[in-house]
Each structure stands twice: as structure tokens, then as C-alpha cells.
Design a protein around this ligand. Structure first.
Ligand SMILES: [Ca+2]
Length: 129
């Protein structure tokens, strides 16, 4: 319970910081497709428009983000084998892959995973643009 509270506090702080320092479209939450079946509550993801974001925890706690097209090695930023949730806030498809097994998952445009199919495995990411 303590961890959950801390996570909520961290996320709330991050969201507050974002709101104070950059324009976060008010429609960002509304644009998350309902197809995932996820209800958006206090732990809704935050990710700037035209970036794809990944998180070192389920439910979008502790964020990293990238925006370049093509392949990128997550190890370059210390993000390999860490990603547990994602939010793709771009109009492009994004693929996360574990190099050792070939396992991975696609993030469709403007969609998110509160918990990815292969947590803590992805080493590389590919934005298709
Ligand atoms: Ca891996």
C-alpha cells in the first residue's frame, strides 16, 4: 500500500510538473482509444504529443520517452529490460523487441499498455515512420 501511494504521488507530481512546464493537450486522455478496455482514472498515462513513452513500472510510473523514427537501442539510455508499460502518443506504429528471444509487441498509434505483453524484456524500439 505504501508503494502504491508513493507511485501515485510520484505520478501526480510528474503530471503536475508537466502541466506547469509544457503544453499537454487536454484532449490527450480523451484520445486514448477505448478499445483497450482500460478506464482512465487517476493513473492515466501522460506522454507529450508526437512522442512514444515507456515506463519502469506498470500503470505508467517513471517515464522515459523517444520520438525518432527507425530503430533505437534502449541500452543507450539505460532503458533495456525495464519497460513495463507504454503509451504511444504518435500517429505511427511502435515496436518493442527483446533481441534475445525476438518477442515483442506493437503499440498502435495513440494507444497504451498499462502492462505490456513482455515486461522487463525490451532492448530495442522501432518507430515506423
Ligand atoms: Ca532483453
Amino acid at each position: 500500500m505504501t508503494n502504491l501511494r508513493q507511485g501515485v504521488a510520484v505520478l501526480a507530481g510528474a503530471v503536475g510538473l508537466l502541466a506547469a512546464t509544457m503544453v499537454v493537450p487536454a484532449s490527450a486522455s480523451a484520445s486514448v482509444p477505448a478499445a483497450t478496455g482500460q478506464a482512465l482514472g487517476a493513473l492515466a498515462p501522460s506522454c507529450p504529443d508526437n512522442w512514444f513513452c515507456f515506463y519502469d513500472g506498470t500503470n505508467w510510473v517513471t517515464r522515459g520517452r523517444l520520438s525518432d523514427c527507425g530503430w533505437q537501442n534502449l541500452a543507450n539510455w539505460g532503458w533495456q529490460n525495464r519497460i513495463e508499460s507504454t503509451y504511444n502518443n504518435t500517429d505511427d506504429w511502435v515496436w518493442y523487441e527483446d533481441v534475445a528471444t525476438g518477442n515483442g509487441w506493437w503499440d498502435a498509434p495513440r494507444t497504451y499498455y498499462a502492462s505490456v505483453p513482455y515486461p522487463n524484456t525490451a532492448d530495442w524500439v522501432y518507430r515506423e515512420c
